[in-house]
Design a protein around this ligand. Structure first.
Ligand code: PMP
Length: 444
């Protein structure tokens, strides 16, 4: 049970009475009060009313710098005019065809193929969960094997086979969450993250039954823990040797660089799953990869019956594609470089505060993703993440909320391209003040 700092909690309650009141009303109809997304903001979430660029306003009129970007989606910030115009133009041409179109899907596919090294062909869906399930199915058919392997502490979505295993977020304290069939866990193998030898040992042992390895190049929900290039390279070597399909889950990491984390590290998987940012704020997801595997979807290549059938009513929705195309056209190599530099400024600022005050505060992440940790060892995997002092982190985030910096209580953050150096310097100054207010540091 996390104990909140009494002074900061009182301040939060005083600043957000209307959020509290409206949340109570909403909860009469919606069990947790939030209709979508994931939630964990202590002592209770603020309710948002409007947003523009890097700023959001809650129902009490408080303004925050948005470091959560629409549940990890809005790489260009809120209500970007160019994305807005693309959506508005599409409203008069057709919102949802649920059928092949000659223009939008082709353009969106081209934008993905040209920047994602692993992607030769693509198919659209709606959510990250859907794409990961689908990529696994393709891998099973391609290899004739059944098991999947994933990293300890990873998160790949809410489907049964994705939620079994060791989780750092509180989906379930158990390896098999309530309502999931225990036998599903028999088909899931786990290996340690960022540990090339440990991973290789597990895959050597289990490999002959493993269809796919599913990996986040940055473990997002686990705390924005970035993989080392060495680890991903070894994973590529081992999976190639054992004929396992390597799936990069780039649902979150797609915007870390032009070409995603695979381009950043120079490691090319067989399949890639993408969602969140690629829809420019509307729901869109995609599975892409080697033509040989993606062609399992094509009946024409298989005597009229595709080995793997794909269906997703809203997959490739026209408004989402229009927004996604506008979003990707704005995601130039220059823009990625600028966001990476702002991210580095945040990460080195956090590390700097840790060393200046001699406390175990440090940062993780790449690109627009950064985690804040308070642990005796640098957080690089599930084991070290469990060493994090979650109470201190939740209190730091609470104090940052009171200073006008918006995030959940876990201690991780996302930048949009609308955020500049000035905002990050403000964030770092607020963090330093929070460390003092919470009496987590001496005079330094
Ligand atoms: N993969 C990763 C890495 C994620 O972080 C998430 C959700 N945060 C998902 C998949 C699932 O995406 P969705 O919620 O759209 O199903």
């Amino acid at each position: 049970m996390i104990q909140l700092d009494a002074g900061e909690e009182q301040k939060y309650r005083e600043r957000t009475p209307r959020s509290r009141e409206l949340l109570a009303r909403t909860k009469q109809l919606i069990p947790t009060g939030h209709g979508g997304g994931m939630w964990y903001q202590l002592p209770y979430p603020v309710l948002l009313e409007r947003a523009k660029g890097c700023w959001i306003w809650d129902v009490d009129g408080n303004r925050y710098l948005d470091l959560r970007i629409g549940d990890w989606v809005l790489i260009h910030g809120h209500c970007d005019d160019r994305i807005r115009d693309a959506i508005v133009a599409q409203l008069d041409r057709g919102l949802q065809f649920g059928a092949p179109d000659w223009d939008l899907s082709y353009r969106m596919a081209s934008l993905l193929v040209e920047r994602m090294p692993s992607v030769e062909k693509v198919r659209f869906f709606v959510s990250g969960t859907e794409t990961n399930q689908f990529a696994i199915r393709l891998a099973r058919v391609h290899t004739g094997r059944t098991k999947i392997a994933k990293a300890l502490g990873s998160y790949h979505g809410i489907a049964d086979q994705l939620v079994v295993g060791t989780s750092t977020i509180s989906i379930a304290p158990d390896k098999v969450p309530a309502g999931v069939l225990p036998r599903i866990a028999d088909e899931v193998v786990e290996f340690p993250y960022n540990d090339p030898d440990g991973m290789e040992e597990v895959l050597e042992r289990e490999g002959k039954d493993v269809a796919a390895v599913l990996i986040e190049p940055v473990m997002g929900a686990a705390g924005m823990i970035d993989a080392s290039t060495e680890f991903l390279r070894r994973l590529r070597e081992v999976t190639a040797r054992l004929d396992i399909v390597l799936i990069f889950d780039e649902v979150v990491t797609f915007p870390v660089a032009f070409g995603g984390a695979q381009a950043y590290h120079g490691v090319t998987p067989d399949l890639t799953t993408m969602s969140k940012a690629i829809g420019g704020g509307l729901p869109l997801a995609a599975v892409g990869g080697r033509a040989e595997i993606m062609d399992l979807l094509d009946p024409d290549l298989h005597g009229g019956v595709a080995p793997v059938a794909a269906a997703s009513t809203f997959g490739g929705n026209q408004a989402s594609l229009a927004a996604g195309i506008a979003c990707l056209e704005l995601l130039t190599p220059e823009l990625h470089a600028r966001v990476q530099a702002i991210g580095d400024r945040a990460r080195s600022g956090i590390d700097g505060l840790g060393s200046r005050y001699g406390v175990p505060l440090h940062a993780s992440g790449i690109g627009h993703l950064f985690g804040m940790h308070w642990a005796p060892e640098r957080v690089v995997d599930y084991r070290t993440r469990m060493l994090d002092d979650r109470e201190k982190l939740a209190n730091i985030v609470l104090a940052l909320m009171n200073e006008g910096y918006y995030q959940m209580s876990f201690g991780y953050f996302l930048l949009s391209a609308a955020i500049g150096e000035e905002e990050i310097d403000g964030f770092l100054a607020a963090l330093e003040r929070a460390l003092h207010t919470l009496e987590l540091v001496g005079s330094g």
